[in-house]
Ligand binder design. Structure first.
Ligand code: BGC
Length: 387
């Protein structure tokens, strides 16, 4: 009995903290035009906090795409920690090596195993229609995590980062470093984005191109391989190996190299593709002194080490702790029967309508600010990046 009271009290405290946190985050996340005021826990009576659910009887199913990329391990662990701290039971699963059938059967088990809410980072955005129809029949709320789930009306909310802004950061970094507005040029550039089944690439790639396309049009930027279309530059499973193979082919067919055709920039949508491209560039003889600009996203440990060695120029930090806390706030609100925190109701249409979203803020990570961003904030220890 005592335990139960303690659990209810700690959940009430968690709810309070989460809503306080949400109010802070809502003030600066999302694009200005997409912002809506932070939602009060109970809009009919702002003074009455939502009734916390009895978390000890609630189970959250968390379905992550793979363990093979650092970020999803972190996302899974952060969410598990945050949900358990709030008193929930958690069923956390990873979809093998990005295997869609594995993810589907894990979600099926979560539904039959009594999960009250599902939090899903889809391997392939449009492959979950059938399984999520079953979740809907059972009134199980579904939150799309980081990646929008497409073509199903079973998705209640979407929690992610401002994905368009991620791409814009990458494009702007290249524009600023090459000084595209005043330098004579022309400059050579190649492009890499992620898995074609991940809706995020539409935001990452198009966001970057919104900055770079005018310079391609004017001839200030040139793409010697001619590969500038999103699906041509896509990387199956966001795999570093696939990106490396494609970069090797591009290097040899365009005679790139320190003594060959100059290559000034490689726009990569994330760190795993950046790692693949960088490996190929190192193998082709590039050194820290003549390395092309390479962009990324996630501030993965491997990429931060590359950055310290001069083999990647920037990344985009998406603090997965913030996203995890945001999702706990969403789930707590849903199960309390109140309105979850959202700050975007216009951007993310999954084919069945716009999904109300919460967008966290990404931040550019470079050698100049990585200590403050990653070490001082406790995300990594210096040792992790140096060893
Ligand atoms: C995520 C990125 C990640 C990529 C590969 C995307 O959906 O937003 O952070 O690097 O998937 O896992």
């Amino acid at each position: 009995m005592k335990n139960r009271i303690r659990r209810v009290l700690s959940l009430a405290l968690a709810v309070f903290l989460i809503f306080a946190l949400t109010a802070c985050n809502s003030n600066n996340a999302g694009t200005p035009e997409s912002q809506t005021p932070p939602t009060s826990p109970d809009s009919s009576n702002p003074d009455s906090p939502p009734q916390p659910p009895d978390a000890s009887s609630m189970k959250v199913g968390i379905s992550m795409p793979t363990k093979s990329l650092q970020r999803w391990n972190q996302d899974g662990e952060n969410m598990q920690k945050a949900f358990v701290a709030a008193g929930f039971e958690v069923d956390l699963q990873y979809g093998g090596e990005n295997e869609v059938p594995v993810q589907i059967s894990q979600i099926e088990n979560m539904i039959s195993g009594g999960c009250n809410v599902l939090v899903i980072a889809a391997i392939e955005g449009d492959s979950l229609t059938e399984v999520l129809a079953r979740a809907k029949e059972k009134d199980i709320a579904v939150i799309a995590y980081d990646r929008l789930i497409m073509g199903t009306d079973a998705v209640s909310y979407y929690a992610t980062f401002d994905n368009w802004q991620v791409g814009v950061f990458q494009g702007e970094y290249i524009k600023d470093q090459l000084n595209l507005d005043s330098a004579a040029g022309p400059f050579n550039i190649e492009f890499f984005t992620g898995d074609p089944g991940d809706n995020n690439i539409n935001f990452f790639f198009d966001g970057a191109m919104s900055v770079l396309q005018p310079y391609l049009d004017s001839g200030k930027l040139v793409c010697p391989s001619g590969q500038t279309e999103k699906l041509t530059v896509a990387t199956i499973s966001w795999s570093a190996e696939n990106a490396q193979t494609r970069m090797e082919n591009i290097i040899s067919s365009n005679n790139y190299g320190p003594n060959g055709t100059p290559l000034h920039a490689v726009m990569c949508s994330n760190d795993s593709t950046a790692q693949g491209a960088s490996n190929a560039l190192v193998n082709a003889g590039y050194t820290a002194e003549n390395f092309p600009i390479v962009t990324g996203q996630d501030c993965d440990i491997v990429s931060m080490k590359n950055m310290l060695q001069g083999f990647q120029s920037m990344s985009v930090f998406k603090d997965t702790r913030t996203l995890a806390n945001q999702v706990v706030a969403m789930v707590t609100a849903i199960l309390s029967g109140s309105q979850p925190p959202i700050n975007d109701t216009t951007t993310y249409d999954n084919g069945t309508g716009v999904i109300p979203s919460f967008l966290c803020e990404p931040v550019v990570g470079t050698l100049q600010n990585y200590k403050e961003l990653l070490i001082d904030s406790g995300y990594y220890t210096q040792d992790q990046l140096e060893s």
